[in-house]
Design a protein around this ligand. Structure first.
Ligand code: SF4
Length: 520
């Protein structure tokens, strides 16, 4: 075999060696019952046609490559934003391995999360014993300050009652009676990771503000001038939350970032393993009830949480849609200024001017280009707004977890802008629908997560990686996309891809390289 200790080949080269090629060809011939190559090609070509697109969009009972994850993944994202908190998912090991690996691959950090390890017997008889043992083990092994519980689809199908289970586990001595265990039911077969984020965050609010599942008196609100800030399920949470802190500190007012996971997913390598790092403290969470207002950067990630805050605690609530760019950041800062009574500092105004300058330098390259966007509902809105601000033309906007109501809002935004007039919005659709769109109504660029690389290869549409998850590029999550500085980052990511494509299209000597320029 070609692999040996003196000359180790990585997998790129190893599986291209004749031995492996022969083995794979034999496997295909003898065991895969392959269809004739010509027939495969005929069907492939047919799937690129308007006729196939019509059938593809008529499908109801099947989802192919959804641009979303399940609810508990979002619940884990919210839970790690609290100091010393370990997410506990009531369900199987396999589900939790998926959440841990998903976050570890995106943030390039270990992501701690435990499960109640439900197996066949728990699926039949219920998972109470798993909860009793699991909470005791988690508390004793990892010594967290708080355990935030959510559920997988298996636990939800059985109908396990988290409130009763946690009470029983405490009665049986798994945890001290006063120990904080906020919980949320996060049925994975409805909604998506943003629903799970919302449910989990509401669960934490209810726990602290609503009398800890009825075990203590409800908190009494003593209003103050503090502002609460919620980032939502955000692929750029590390860079974004730090940028928000920088801006708020410059403005000079009291604030609490709720579910701040910016440190736990960016721990330094200095010889110390940190299972927990940073996060919103329990004291901050208790005090948050007194705040003047709660600001959410992502309306569709926090619908239930914001409603709860508004109705129960009479806070003013303000929600944005992942603001990116000049106008969206203007609106955000003006609203913060109104709420706090603090002026926007000169330094931030300078940053605004610099972003406008950068856009003026470069927008001729974006102007008139057509873009397809997919991802979470709020991020799609933020990106589409920024593209139009640069003269780009969003053409397809698709969110598997976007509702028809979301689509109406986005369509109204597009209709009000000349650059959005040819754009259509696709709620509840998946990446196989996007494939049909890209073949039948091609665009210049595709914006979305790493899974778009298969669409890039298949349809030839260059992919600009923005969203969650980004597995195959490193460290983008450390850069903000919010604020004027963040807008600059997004502008550069878009432009880099445009210039790469221009270079690719002009690279052939004596054919197209008269435009293979040093200066772009
Ligand atoms: S969809 Fe259900 S089985 Fe799959 S990872 Fe989510 S909770 Fe687990």
């Amino acid at each position: 075999m070609p692999q040996n200790a003196d000359h180790v080949l990585d997998h790129f080269d190893l599986f291209r060696q004749p031995e492996y090629r022969e083995m794979l060809a034999n496997k295909k011939k003898n065991f895969e019952n392959p269809v004739a190559e010509a027939e495969v090609q005929r069907v492939v070509e047919w799937t690129k046609t308007p006729e196939y697109r019509e059938k593809n969009f008529a499908r109801e009972a099947l989802t192919v490559n959804p641009a979303k994850a399940c609810q508990p993944l979002g619940a884990v994202f919210a839970a790690v934003g609290f100091e010393g908190t370990i997410p506990f998912v009531h369900g199987s090991q396999g589900c939790v391995a998926y959440y841990r690996s998903h976050f570890s691959r995106h943030f390039k950090e270990p992501s701690s999360c435990v499960s109640s390890s439900m197996t066949e017997d728990a699926a039949v008889f219920g998972g109470l014993n798993n909860m009793i043992d699991g909470l005791a083990n988690t508390y004793n092994l990892y010594k967290p300050k708080m355990i935030a519980v959510s559920t997988t689809c298996m636990a939800e199908v059985i109908g396990d009652d988290l409130n009763a289970f946690i009470k029983t586990a405490k009665d049986k001595g798994s945890l001290p009676m006063s120990y904080d265990v906020p919980f949320a039911h996060t049925p994975a077969f409805v909604g998506s990771h943003i629903t799970g984020y919302d449910n989990a965050l509401k669960g934490v609010h209810e726990h602290f503000w609503g009398g800890k599942a009825g075990t203590v008196e409800k908190l009494q609100r003593v209003p103050n001038e503090t502002i609460n800030f919620i980032g939502g399920f955000d692929p750029y949470t590390v860079g974004n939350l730090r940028e928000i802190r920088r801006i708020f500190d410059m403005m000079g007012f009291e604030y609490t970032i709720i579910a701040d996971n910016s440190d736990v997913w960016d721990t330094p390598t200095d010889g110390t393993f940190r299972m927990f790092d940073g996060g919103t403290t329990i004291d901050e969470m208790v005090a948050a009830v007194n705040s003047k207002a709660t600001v959410s950067m992502q309306e569709y990630c926090t619908e239930k949480t914001m409603k709860y805050i508004e109705e129960e605690w009479k806070h003013e609530t303000v929600a944005f849609n992942h603001p990116i760019g000049v106008k969206a950041t203007d609106d955000f800062l003006l609203e913060i200024s109104r709420l706090t009574g603090k002026a926007v500092p000169e330094q931030i105004k300078l940053e605004r001017g610099r972003l406008v300058d950068a856009m003026a330098d470069s927008s001729s390259h974006i102007h008139g280009k057509k873009f397809a966007i997919y991802g979470d509902p709020d991020l799609c809105i933020g990106l589409a707004q920024f593209l139009m601000e640069n003269g780009g033309e969003p053409t397809h906007i698709l969110a598997t977890n976007g509702s028809p109501k979301w689509a109406e809002k986005v369509q109204a935004m597009l209709d009000a802008n000349p650059f959005g007039k040819n754009c259509h919005v696709y709620p509840l659709r998946d990446l196989w629908h996007m494939r049909s769109l890209l073949f039948t109504e091609p665009v210049d660029f595709l914006i979305g997560n790493t899974y778009g690389k298969y669409l890039e290869r298949d349809t030839g549409t260059p992919l600009i990686r923005i969203g969650f998850p980004i597995f195959d590029r490193h460290h983008h999550h450390r850069y903000p996309v919010w604020g004027y500085q963040g807008g600059l980052n997004v502008l550069v990511w878009i432009l880099d891809k445009i210039f790469e494509e221009i270079d690719k299209n002009t690279i052939v000597p004596a054919h197209s390289d008269f435009s293979y320029d040093i200066i772009r």
